[in-house]
Unconditional design. Structure first.
Length: 254
């Protein structure tokens, strides 16, 4: 199967000559919900460039407690730190299904060593990810659990390109660092207001504008910063990923 450079935004940011350093070694794989791509402390053996979906980066805190520290979509790469590191710092779990372009770490390192542009794109991505993590930490400290959950749902919608998400209350709690009963109360209230539909671990966003009104200003600020970064990585290519660009909500199965 031919690898489409445009399927992942980091790969799309590369000139053809630089992408050709990776192309012969890329393979397409399917990523399924719940699949553990790598565990914390395991050797980094490949770099994964998602074509969509959502991959969660999970930090284990001990005593069976885990918190989602970050999420990766088609704007990023899992395992990009393999250029310098040999082991994974966090566990990576697929939260929304997709396909991905995968390259073994040896070929990845060789391509990075031969391509200043690839190194620049990866450096820019990891800088954006660091800034985003700092903003999320500030948001978590300053804003209500309801506002943060609304933001997280919108973020996941943008990354997955779908209004239907597979999210259990335990997972939502790990995303926000709050108890399951807090999520239950918030989700029930959002459903009563017609903003979401939730059943058996499947959630559909039914009122995007309503969720945007209930979230904090961090969501719009982050989307604007993300869009500017994409344009910077891809001169001449403007691609908006605001929530309104996606198709109408899909129905949850009865």
């Amino acid at each position: 199967m031919a690898i489409s450079q445009s399927a992942n935004e980091l790969l799309a940011a590369l000139p053809v000559a630089d992408f050709d350093l990776l192309r012969p070694h890329l393979r397409t794989v399917e990523l399924k919900v719940g699949q553990v791509l790598i565990e914390a402390g395991a050797p980094l053996e490949q770099a994964v460039f998602p074509h969509g979906g959502v991959i969660s980066s999970v930090v284990e805190l001990g005593s069976d407690e885990a918190i989602e520290a970050a999420a990766i979509g088609r704007d990023g790469v899992l395992g990009g730190e393999a250029v310098h590191e040999t082991q994974a710092a966090t566990t990576a779990v697929v939260r929304h299904p997709t396909t991905a372009s995968v390259v073994d770490v040896l070929h990845f390192r060789r391509a990075v060593g031969a391509s200043p542009m690839l190194r620049s794109v990866l450096l820019r991505y990891h800088w954006e990810r660091s800034v985003r993590a700092e903003k999320i930490a500030a948001c978590n400290a300053a804003h209500s659990a309801e506002a943060r959950l609304c933001r997280r749902l919108l973020d996941l919608r943008d990354m997955a390109g779908s209004d239907c998400l597979q999210l259990g209350q335990d997972l939502m709690g790990r995303m926000l660092g709050v108890k399951r009963n807090t999520i239950s109360l918030i989700a029930h209230a959002l459903q009563q207001q017609g903003l979401i539909r939730y059943s058996r671990g499947r959630l559909a966003i039914t009122d995007v504008e309503g969720l945007m009104q209930r979230t904090c200003g961090c969501y719009k600020a982050d989307r604007g910063a993300f869009a500017a970064a994409v344009v910077e990585r891809q001169p001449g290519v403007v691609r908006s990923r605001m929530a309104t660009d996606y198709a109408a909500p899909q129905r949850l199965p009865s």
